[in-house]
Design a protein around this ligand. Sequence first.
Ligand SMILES: *Cc1c(COP(=O)(O)O)cnc(C)c1O
Length: 429
Amino acid sequence: MTAISRNAKFVRENVILHNSFFENSIPLIASENLISPLQREMLNSDFNGRYAEGWPGHRYYQGNEYVDRVELRGIELAKKLFRCNFADLRPISGTVANMAVLFALTSPGETITAPALSDGAHISTARFGAVGFRGLNTVTYPFDSERMTLDIDGTARVLREVRPKVALFGMSLFLFPVPLRELADVFNEVGCTVWYDGAHVLGLIAGGQFQDPLREGAHVISASTHKTFPGPNHGIVLANPKDEEMEKALMRGVFPGVTSNHHLHEMAALCIALDEMSRFGRSYARQIVRNSRALAESLYDRGFGVLAADYGFTASHAVALNVAALGGGSACAELLESANIVVNKNLLPGDKSSQNPSGLRLGTQEVTHLGMKTGDMEEIASFFERLLVKKEDPARVRKDVISFKRGFRKLKYCYGEGYPAYRFERFLR
Ligand SMILES: *Cc1c(COP(=O)(O)O)cnc(C)c1O
């Protein structure tokens, strides 16, 4: 038998070190999560590396009998969970799902309306991201940075002025629901297709704890399936298409538009995640929102500049902090990392520099997945205070973080509850 090379060992050792870093850390990145043991089985299967171009039952390659069964079951699960008429499980990420929708519903040279990057939108909806790739122009909505949500009157005005074919909503710093109901009359008047980017909040929508875009005026949802939705790295498109033409356009947008191989192992894991969310989603999502409110409140009580303080801080998994007075987003995020607390710096409304923005973004979905409750959020807030306010030695705080995290290494809200979340499976010695 050939011995494992030094390079291969190096790679594996560093992956294991990464696992162990996260095992000993408090993960608060608002766009990340862990996956269940049954989903991990799917990722390890022969579905990896196969092709199944086309729609189930209408493929271009042979060998897809079982793939088709799985994907059709997943489509049914998605339609049921999100109460919609159309689900496409083939986009391989949220950005790819966005590109598929852009491909389907717009033509180069057109103008769409979208939220602004500095107000918390995602790069894929910006001119230098996927929107620009499609050759589109954007007009952004005015934002109410006190309430951390769209300025409704201003948004209505923009929609009436631009009369876009497609109006895009949804954020990466997503604290409160989009006021879709309030804008419903304007959507009708303008006749636009309403597109909701639910990458961050898909798990909350699935658990019935945020808003229900398809009941509130949206025609299409695109999303990642690995943020609050605790599935594999993948994407999804969900819709109540206006007509058959729109449904066909969405399908063509995904394939051949922006995918070939749709990562069948991830697709199978996504099917499991859809089923798990139909069982465990409600209690999981409810606890996420409880935890984010508790974290925000506890940080606020310790003097942190939590945004939207007059409006309940958050209605999602996310919490936004202004740390300009504590050295800025970059320095604070690095200091937290040195004590094994993982967050990201974030632009806040009014910020100019994305290299040193004034904010931190936190999310409670992953720690909730690991079983944390509101009392644990106070513990986390106290670590923030010790590090960023009291300037305690990070090495000392780190010790306490590691010992705190020992109680949270197993997954909840899935089949095989209690399975070690950070287990690394070695096939070779
Ligand atoms: C994360 C995110 C995406 C992109 O998702 P990926 O799966 O990382 O490609 C798209 N839109 C929004 C609003 C996001 O936050």
